[in-house]
Design a protein around this ligand. Structure first.
Ligand code: ADP
Length: 669
């Protein structure tokens, strides 16, 4: 076995490879750019070599520097991970020329799959089923059009050099053909410098099902079941699972055999994935072959109990495949969710920033977190914004799904927008629970995923308000037990007020809509009850908080939600959905007293504009102590009672996190 390998990648996949190498006693060399000097993969590796500036073109994609790093450190082989140089035939050749083993297929196999139409020709000859279509050399528009007319619409135009969904156009009718062809060609030429096109029958709502194959250098070839990766946004996968729901043993075998035929046709070696479109009638068609380890390989590992990186290393070192086809068993069900720094509500726009707080769910035999970042790390604009992969396993799909939704509610990330709540809502869709997945899933269930249902939102607003008031009572109780005067009215947690009810106002931001909520505490003869008013709707509520869960009774409807707090925003995870909200302005005291003691915390992320009181100077109740600015609005922080500011914890210009304590205030005795 190799003594030392270099990993020509970064992030979670570099860490993933290092873990297996370490298990096998292989030393590792990491590479890094300026942006990754302190990255996890660098600290995990035994050695690390600097490549260059942050842009990948100047660091992770520079072949000569990567090869030089391997030669300098005495590495015998290079693992390319996925992305970057992993499907670069030239890099593979350069490795071989320098006596370095490329942990992947031969350069010829990478080349054979490089062009979609050339790949189709090879697969056609090998008897692998293809989507009906035209992938010939004659690029005359009239020839392409004739092929489409004969096939019948809709058709899909694809750039043969394409990738990442670029140079692809659906054509729904003959009269749209010319324009779609011209625009697909323009995009292909701009992206790949090649506007050669192929045409395929456009399948309506197919599933994306891919087969994991493995080949050794001795003619051995096996398949390790399949993965369903139908749930995609922008033609990119977000949820993957194995095995593919509803795929029978017979279909699995047919697809597996076809995938191996595809791999053999190009003398494949190592780990590869043959992607198929699976039609509603169980017909399946070759789409493309990825000649590397896939992002979603862990779901296959979970159901087969195998370490695919270990297989890669063994096969690259010349060993035979660890198992025969008959020895490969699948057990239970695995699901993977990709956690991205992105804003789903804003067309999944990638986000960047510092991971101010990062707490993944606890790992176990059932829950695995593959990540390459730590709290305090930067998610930079230079690389893929994936923060982690959350993978779960259980004996069946329902149980695995339960584990995944639970684990998502335990993920705490602050510092940037993430897709966690989007994933949670997606997994809560009844159609997903029934495994009715296809490549149009997100568009089809858009309203459900993005909670366009007003009924859900007003229920969520009531739940949020109840949670805030319960949380406030709990905090007051905590404070009271720590303060010298437990009898002070500022520490009162009960509903008693002279001649009036205890009333709170909250201004909440839900789905970019502002809601003014009034919550009134009613008699406590049979426990505290609340009357919640949202516009002209009123809700009778009661509830309690226990272990980060709020138990609520809203007009007799009992619900429970886990609560996650990310800076100034909160997430309530109910059975059906994740509701995210922000408190814009909280009047945390009762109506009469102005801002209560709790009001001395920042209402949300913002900047301190001015300190209007002086430390040690006497102030009257309600007098402004400091001014903050948040979301382009000014917020005044008032004195909760007559007293004095002992100390301001922030100065004008300082950035303050939502919820942070702003100052130390002493109430006159
Ligand atoms: P790229 O290489 O640009 O990612 P692919 O050929 O891999 O493009 O296709 C990406 C996605 O587009 C597939 O996962 C599938 O959702 C959809 N797709 C591709 N071909 C077809 C087709 N013939 N009919 C319907 N959907 C398709």
């Amino acid at each position: 076995m190799f003594k030392k390998i270099l990993i020509a990648n970064r992030g979670e996949i570099a860490c993933r490879v290092i873990r297996t190498a370490r298990k096998l006693g292989i030393l590792t060399v990491a590479v890094y750019s300026d942006a990754d000097r302190d990255a996890l993969h660098v600290t995990m590796a035994d050695e690390a070599v600097y490549l260059g500036p942050p842009p990948s073109r100047e660091s992770y994609l520079v072949v000569e520097r990567t090869i030089d790093a391997a030669l300098r450190t005495g590495a015998q082989a290079i693992h390319p991970g996925y992305g970057f140089l992993s499907e670069n035939a030239g890099f593979c050749r350069t490795c071989n020329e320098n006596n370095l083993v490329f942990i992947g297929p031969p350069a010829t196999a990478i080349e054979a799959m490089g062009s979609k139409s050339a790949a189709k020709n090879i697969m056609e000859l090998a008897g692998v089923p293809l989507v009906p279509g035209y992938h010939g050399e004659d690029q005359e528009p009239s020839i392409l059009k004739k092929a489409s007319d004969e096939m019948g619409y809709p058709v899909l135009l694809k750039a043969t050099a394409g990738g990442g969904g670029k140079g692809m156009r659906q054509v729904w009718a003959a009269d749209e053909f010319a324009e779609a062809l011209a625009s697909a060609k323009r995009e292909a030429l701009g992206s790949f410098g090649d506007d050669t096109m192929l045409v395929e029958k456009y399948l309506i709502q197919p599933r994306h099902v891919e087969v994991q194959v493995f080949c050794d250098q001795h003619g051995g070839a096996v398949y390790l079941a399949e993965r369903d990766c139908s749930v995609q946004r922008r033609h990119q996968k977000v949820i993957e699972e194995a095995p593919a729901p509803g795929v029978t043993d017979a279909l699995r075998q047919q697809m597996g055999v076809a995938a191996i035929r595809a791999a053999r046709a190009i003398n494949y070696q190592g780990a590869g994935t043959v992607e198929f479109l699976l039609d509603q009638d169980e017909s399946f068609y070759f789409m493309e072959m990825n000649t590397r380890l896939q992002v979603e390989h862990p779901v296959t590992e979970m159901i087969t109990g195998q370490d695919l990186v270990e297989w890669q290393l063994r096969v690259a070192d010349g060993e035979e495949l660890p198992l025969t086809q008959e020895q490969i068993r699948i057990t239970g069900h695995a699901l993977e969710a990709r956690i991205y720094a992105e804003d789903p509500a804003n067309d999944f726009l990638p986000a960047s920033g510092t991971l101010g707080f990062l707490q993944p769910p606890e790992e176990s035999d059932n829950v695995r977190v593959d990540s390459g970042v730590l709290q305090g790390d930067e998610v930079s604009v230079y690389y893929d914004p994936m923060i982690a992969k959350l993978i779960v396993w259980d004996e069946n799909r329902d149980k695995a799904l339960g584990r995944l939704t639970k684990a998502l509610t335990e993920y705490r990330i602050s510092g940037m927008a993430t897709n966690i709540n989007f994933l949670y809502n997606l997994l809560c869709c009844e159609a997903f629970k029934r495994a009715e997945v296809d490549t149009g899933f997100i568009e089809k269930h858009y309203d459900e995923i993005f909670l366009s249902d007003q009924q859900d939102i007003s229920q969520g607003v009531a739940l949020a308000a109840l949670y805030l008031v319960l949380e406030q009572a709990k905090n007051a109780e905590k404070r009271a037990t720590h303060l010298p005067d437990p009898w002070s009215p500022w520490n009162s947690t009960g509903g008693w007020r002279l001649n009036q009810a205890h009333v709170n106002h909250f201004e909440l931001l839900f789905q970019e809509q502002q809601y003014l909520v009034t919550i009134e505490q009613l008699g406590r003869a049979d426990g505290v009850r609340y009357l919640i008013r949202i516009g002209d709707r009123t809700v009778q509520a009661r509830g309690k908080i226990e272990n980060d869960e709020v138990h609520a009774d809203l007009d007799g409807h009992r619900i429970r939600a886990s609560v996650g707090r990310h800076e100034s925003s909160y997430s309530l995870y109910t059975q059906d959905s994740a509701l995210q909200f922000k408190v814009i302005e909280a009047d945390l005291g009762d109506e009469d007293a102005g801002q209560g003691a709790g009001g001395l915390n920042a209402p949300m992320n913002g900047t301190v504009v001015e300190l209007t009181a002086t430390e040690g100077g006497q102030v009257k109740k309600g007098e402004t102590l400091m001014i903050m600015e948040a979301m382009k609005m000014e917020h005044t922080i008032g004195a909760p009672a007559d007293g004095k500011v002992i100390q301001f914890y922030y100065q004008p210009g300082d950035l303050v996190d939502g919820g942070a304590e702003l100052l130390d205030f002493e109430v006159d005795s």
